[in-house]
Design a protein around this ligand. Structure first.
Ligand code: EPU
Length: 333
């Protein structure tokens, strides 16, 4: 299919005659993007064939057929309904810090809550609580909390993600996870209906939150613990030092695998003698075995081959089934 006539694909990856019978009219990417743009407010952004590599921390992967930033909740509702009606696969992008986009990119619609209206952080009426937008950076949440002498959120400072992405996978660091601090989450489902849940209703576990799989986080209320600002600052510095001394600075998606029962994945990979292994432009970090770094020019295929190599060796030599923590999305070509 030529670049200028790329079609938006259905769920199975290509438009079929059955799709035609069900009334989905094939359209060029440009026509679909134009149609979507006309339904949105002037604050929204719509682009075609938007490169996604630059929107992920690992910096690999192909483009999105259509990429859109809603200018508010009404735009977001239009987008999810548009995707549902056209059966366009929908990917909601956070800050791309736990994401591996395959080299073929995303056949469908990618939505990013980058507009400032989704990134607000404010104190609530109740003491010690923050309401933060789903697009807010975790670093900004941690710094806002520090400025208001609220502790307990220091561990978020070094996680290069957005609040929505962090909630979706219950991200964590330094012995804490985001849901340790969540009071409630407001979301929109894929039919465009909004709702609010307490953590107990979302099935939260280690790097896992099934209740948010098919929902988009609009905002959440987090609980801070009053503490002197200097103490918060010192804790942040301490976490930073630990991070810089144990984790690589090169582009990566953070830890590639969830820690299996019994042994941290990084130590297991070190014990298997795999640290430093390179395929193409990707390498298993020498600093931390659970990181795969892009040393420049890596493809998603390079990274996926390293992932498979690690999984095979862990299975064959230690009987351990490693599960990726990083979300892998998109098509191979
Ligand atoms: N270790 C090794 N070799 C290595 C890496 C680690 O022997 O190459 C050992 C360490 O010495 C330590 C143990 O394994 O005894 C655990 O390592 P570390 O303290 O680095 O923590 P981790 O379990 O590997 C977790 C999170 C990180 C988070 C750190 C710091 C997971 C999968 N990872 O890593 O989160 O930053 O703790 O709190 O739970 C992420 O989720 O992307 C991520 C980076």
């Amino acid at each position: 299919m030529g670049r200028s006539e790329t079609r938006i694909a259905g769920k199975e990856g290509c438009m079929t005659s059955a799709d035609l019978k069900t009334g989905i009219v094939p359209a060029t990417t440009e026509a679909l993007a134009g149609e979507l743009a006309r339904l949105l407010s002037p604050a929204a952004v719509v682009r075609v064939r938007e490169p996604l590599a630059k929107r992920t921390t690992l910096r690999v992967g192909g483009p999105a057929d259509v990429y859109a930033e809603p200018g508010g909740e009404a735009d977001l509702r239009v987008m999810v309904r548009f995707a549902a009606e056209r059966r366009l696969p929908l990917l909601v992008l956070g800050r791309g810090s736990n994401l591996l986009v395959r080299d073929g990119g995303w056949r469908g619609l990618v939505v990013s809550l980058a507009h400032p209206c989704f990134c607000a952080i404010e104190l609530t009426e109740e003491g010690g609580r923050l309401r933060c937008g789903g697009g807010a950076r975790l670093k900004a949440v941690a710094n806002f909390a520090k400025q208001h002498s609220l502790g307990g959120l220091e561990f978020l400072e070094g996680i290069p993600g957005s609040l929505g992405g962090a909630l979706r996978m219950n991200a964590g660091a330094m012995g804490s996870s985001i849901f340790d601090r969540v009071i409630s989450v407001r979301f929109m489902d894929l039919a465009g209906v909004t709702g609010e849940s307490a953590p107990g209703q979302l099935g939260v576990g280690y790097r896992h939150c099934p209740g948010l799989r098919d929902r988009i986080v609009l905002d959440a209320v987090l609980q801070g613990a009053p503490a002197p600002r200097e103490e918060i600052e010192e804790r942040m510095n301490q976490y930073n030092r630990k991070r810089w001394s144990t984790q690589p600075a090169a582009p990566s998606a953070g830890c590639m695998f969830k820690n299996p029962a019994g042994i941290p994945a990084g130590r297991l990979i070190e014990e298997l003698g795999l640290k430093g292994t390179r395929i193409g432009g990707a390498r298993i970090s020498l600093e931390h075995g659970n990181f795969i770094v892009n040393e420049g020019g890596a493809t998603a295929r390079d990274v996926c081959r390293l992932i498979e190599l690690i999984r095979e060796r862990a299975r064959a030599e230690r009987g351990v089934e490693l599960e990726t923590e990083v979300e892998m999305v998109g098509s191979d070509e």
